[in-house]
Design a protein around this ligand. Structure first.
Ligand code: G3I
Ligand code: 9MR
Length: 594
C-alpha cells in the first residue's frame, strides 16, 4: 500500500515539474513539493495515535453516503472542542490530516460549528474522520457513482406510490402489498361543476396520504423531466426493476408515464383540469387495500389547468421519440388546458370547499403559473403568442423558498427556457442566462454566510426540498457556465441532505448511518415492517411545527425542528415534490461527476 502511494505521489511530482516551465517555479517550488510529498507518504503509512472508537459520533456531520473522488469534501463538527482531524482508512492508516475552522455559533441550530475539508483526498475507499478529541465519524465512502443506488431508490419510491395496482414481490420485495384505490368510479364533487362519476385510476399517491393532486403531480413530473432534457441518458433502461423494465424505454420515462396516464384522465372535455382526487378528509394509517373512504373528483381551477398545460407541453418534447402518438396527444391537451385557463371566467384560485379538508395546495398568485405554461408551450410549439406572453409578463428572477408547487413554478419556467436555449429567442436566452447566474451567485453568497455551507437559514414545511431546489438552480448554473463553484454549491446542499445538517439524520429513507425510521407515510406505518419504504426524501426541519399538538420536538432551534415520529406530518412526511428535486440533483451529479 505504502509503495503504491509513493509511486502515485512521484507521478504527481513529475507531472508538476513538467507543467512548471518557469525556472523560478522549479527552484523554489520543487523542494516544497517534494517535502509535501514526502510528508504525505510518511503520513500515509502511519496509524493514528488515538484509538478509533467503534461508535460513530453524531456530532460529526458528514455526508453519510460519502463523496465523489474529485468533489469537494466538507464536514461539520458541532459542539465539540476539537481543533484538528485525520481521515483514516479501513486499514487504520492516516490518509489525510487537517485543521478545523471555527465558524462560530449558528444561531438557528444553537451549535458551536467547526468545519473541516479533505477535498485533497481523492483515493476511493472507506474512511472515518478522527478528531484530536478522540471522537470519530460514521464510516463513509469516497467512490465513483456515489449516488447511483440512492438515485435509483429515489425514483423507485414513485413505483411504491402507485395507486390502483398491487406492488408485486418480484418488484417490491418485502414491500409488496395489495392493490388499493381503484379510482374507477369517483363521484364529482359539486366544486367541479359536473355531476356523475369519473374513472380516474392510476397515478402516484401524493405523499404520506393517499390523495392525488394535479398541481403537485405537475411540478414533480416536470422537475424529473428537466433532468432528461439536460441528460437524456441519465436513467438507463432496466435499472429500477419495475414492471416496465426491459421494454427498451428509460425506466424513469416509464415510471413517469404511470402518472401521466392518470393526469390525462383529470382533464374535462372543455380543457379545464380538475384539482384533485381525494376523499373529503385524510384517512387513517392503513394500507391502500384497506382504504375505506369514498374518493371524489374535487375542484377545477386555473392553477391545476396551467400546471397541467406546462407539464404536458414538456411531455410532448421528452416523449417525442419514444412514443410520437402520445407526444402529439400531450401537446393537444396542453394547448386546450392553456386555452381554458386563458378565459377570464376561468381565472379562479382554488380553495378547499367547506366539506373538504385534504391538501389545499393553496396559491392565490397565478402569474407564475401562466409564465411556466407559456414557457413550455413556447419551447414546444415555437408559437409567437407564447413568446409574446413571456416578453410582456416577466417574472421576478428569484427563488422564494417554501411550497415549491407555489413558488418554484416561475423557476420551472426559467429552467425550461434555459434547458432549450437553442430553441428560443436569442435575446431572451441571453438575458435569462445572466439572471440565472446572478441568482445562483446570490445563493452561493448566502451559503458562505451560513456555517453549515447551505443556502437557507429558515425552515418551513418541506425545507429539505428548498435545499434541493436551490441545488437544482445551482446545477442549472453549472450546466450553463461550466463553472466549478456552482457544482460545489450543489454538492454542499446535497451533503446537507445526507447528514451534514443540524439533526444529524440522512433524509433519504433507507440510506445513511443515522436513518429516519418512522416517516409520516401510511404504508410505512401500516405494513408491519420495521424499515420504512426506501427512497423517500423527508420534509425536514420545520420551525412552525404545525403538528406540535401530537409531536414532541426535542429542540427549540429552527434547524433542529425535526422529529422522527410517525405523528410528525409537519417535519417527517414524504412527498412527491420533495423527491423530484432529489432525482434531478442526484441524476445531474451522477452525469457530470462521471
Ligand atoms: O409560510 C408561512 C409562514 O409565513 C407563517 O408564519 C406560518 C405560520 O404557521 O405558515 C407558513 O405557511 C405554512 C406553509 O405550509 C409553509 O410552511 C402553512 O401554515 C402550512 O399550512 C403549509 O402547509 C402545507 C400543508 O400541506 C398543509 O396544507 C405544506 O406547505 C404542504 O407541503 C403540505 O402538503 C401536503 C398536502 O397538503 C397533502 N399531501 C401531503 C403534502 C405534504 O405534507
Ligand atoms: O396525515 C395528513 C398528511 O398526510 C397531510 O400532509 C397533512 C397536511 O395537513 O395532514 C395530515 O393530517 C393531519 C391533519 O392535517 C390534522 N390532524 C392530524 C392529521 C394527521 O394525523
Amino acid at each position: 500500500m505504502c509503495i503504491h502511494l509513493v509511486l502515485l505521489n512521484l507521478k504527481v511530482s513529475n507531472k508538476t515539474t513538467i507543467l512548471a516551465s518557469n525556472k523560478n517555479y522549479n527552484t523554489i517550488m520543487k523542494p516544497v513539493y517534494l517535502f509535501t510529498i514526502l510528508s504525505i507518504v510518511l503520513l500515509s503509512c502511519s496509524a493514528p495515535e488515538l484509538p478509533l472508537p467503534e461508535e460513530g459520533s453524531e456530532q460529526i456531520r458528514i455526508n453519510q453516503l460519502g463523496y465523489y473522488p474529485q468533489s469537494l469534501k466538507e464536514f461539520v463538527v458541532a459542539d465539540l472542542e476539537a481543533t484538528s482531524f485525520q481521515v483514516v482508512d479501513k486499514q487504520q492508516k492516516i490518509r489525510h490530516k487537517g485543521v478545523l475552522t471555527d465558524r462560530g455559533t449558528w444561531e438557528v441550530s444553537g451549535e458551536k460549528v467547526l468545519t473541516g475539508d479533505f477535498t485533497r483526498l481523492t483515493k476511493s475507499g472507506t474512511y472515518r474522520i478522527l478528531l484530536n478529541t478522540g471522537e470519530a465519524s460514521f464510516p463513509f465512502e469516497i467512490e465513483d457513482k456515489l449516488y447511483s443506488e440512492a438515485l435509483n431508490a429515489s425514483i423507485k419510491s414513485f413505483y411504491y406510490q402507485r395507486a390502483s395496482m398491487a406492488i408485486e414481490e418480484s418488484y417490491g420485495g418485502i414491500y409488496k402489498r395489495g392493490s388499493g384505490h381503484p379510482d374507477d368510479n369517483c363521484a364529482y364533487h359539486p366544486s367541479t361543476g359536473n355531476k356523475g362519476f369519473l374513472s380516474s385510476p392510476g397515478g402516484w399517491y401524493d405523499a404520506g396520504d393517499y390523495g392525488k393532486y394535479i398541481v403537485n403531480a405537475s411540478i414533480t413530473v416536470s422537475q424529473m423531466l428537466n433532468l432528461l432534457e439536460l441528460h437524456p441518458d441519465a436513467m438507463a433502461h432496466d435499472k429500477l426493476n419495475i414492471p416496465e423494465s426491459g421494454n427498451g424505454i428509460s425506466d424513469l420515462l416509464d415510471e413517469i408515464r404511470y402518472e401521466l396516464d392518470w393526469m390525462m384522465t383529470m382533464q374535462d372535455e372543455d380543457g379545464g383540469v380538475y384539482f384533485k382526487l381525494t376523499a373529503e378528509k385524510f384517512g387513517g394509517f392503513i394500507m391502500p387495500e384497506e382504504y375505506d373512504l369514498d374518493r371524489l373528483i374535487i375542484g377545477k381551477a386555473t392553477a391545476s389547468s396551467l400546471d397541467y398545460a406546462a407539464t404536458m407541453a414538456q411531455v410532448s418534447r421528452v416523449y417525442a421519440e419514444v412514443d410520437p402518438a402520445f407526444s402529439a396527444a400531450a401537446l393537444v391537451t396542453a394547448e386546450s388546458a392553456w386555452a381554458w385557463a386563458w378565459a377570464a371566467v376561468n381565472q379562479v384560485v382554488y380553495r378547499n370547499p367547506e366539506d373538504v379538508s385534504t391538501g389545499e395546495y393553496g396559491d392565490d398568485q397565478l402569474s407564475d403559473e401562466y409564465y411556466w405554461a407559456a414557457a413550455e408551450l413556447y419551447v414546444s410549439t415555437g408559437k409567437k403568442i407564447y413568446l409574446n406572453y413571456l416578453l410582456e409578463n416577466e417574472e421576478p428572477y428569484e427563488h422564494q423558498i417554501t411550497n415549491s408547487w407555489k413558488f418554484f413554478i416561475r423557476n420551472m419556467g426559467f429552467h425550461t427556457l434555459l434547458a432549450n436555449r437553442e430553441k428560443i429567442d436569442p435575446a431572451l436566452a441571453e438575458s435569462l442566462t445572466k439572471k440565472h447566474l446572478s441568482l445562483s451567485d446570490e445563493i452561493l453568497q448566502k451559503m458562505e454566510s451560513i456555517p453549515y455551507g447551505i443556502s437557507i437559514d429558515h425552515f418551513e414545511w418541506g425545507s429539505n426540498s428548498d435545499v434541493l431546489n436551490q441545488a437544482m438552480i445551482l446545477c442549472f448554473a453549472h450546466h450553463l457556465s461550466g463553472e466549478q463553484k456552482y457544482l460545489d454549491g450543489a454538492i454542499r446542499n446535497t451533503d446537507y441532505i445526507f447528514g451534514k445538517n443540524a439533526t444529524g439524520y440522512s433524509f433519504l429513507t433507507g440510506y445513511g448511518s443515522k436513518q429516519v425510521m418512522s416517516p409520516h407515510h401510511r404504508p410505512s406505518g401500516a405494513d408491519e415492517i420495521i424499515e420504512p419504504v426506501p427512497g423517500f426524501i423527508l420534509g425536514g426541519p420545520n420551525d412552525h411545527r404545525q403538528d406540535r399538538q401530537q409531536t414532541k420536538y426535542d429542540s427549540e432551534f429552527a434547524a433542529k425542528a425535526f422529529a422522527d415520529v410517525e405523528a410528525s406530518f409537519a417535519s417527517n412526511e414524504v412527498c412527491l415534490n420533495w423527491n423530484a428535486p432529489a432525482v434531478f440533483v442526484l441524476g445531474y451529479l451522477e452525469q457530470v461527476m462521471k
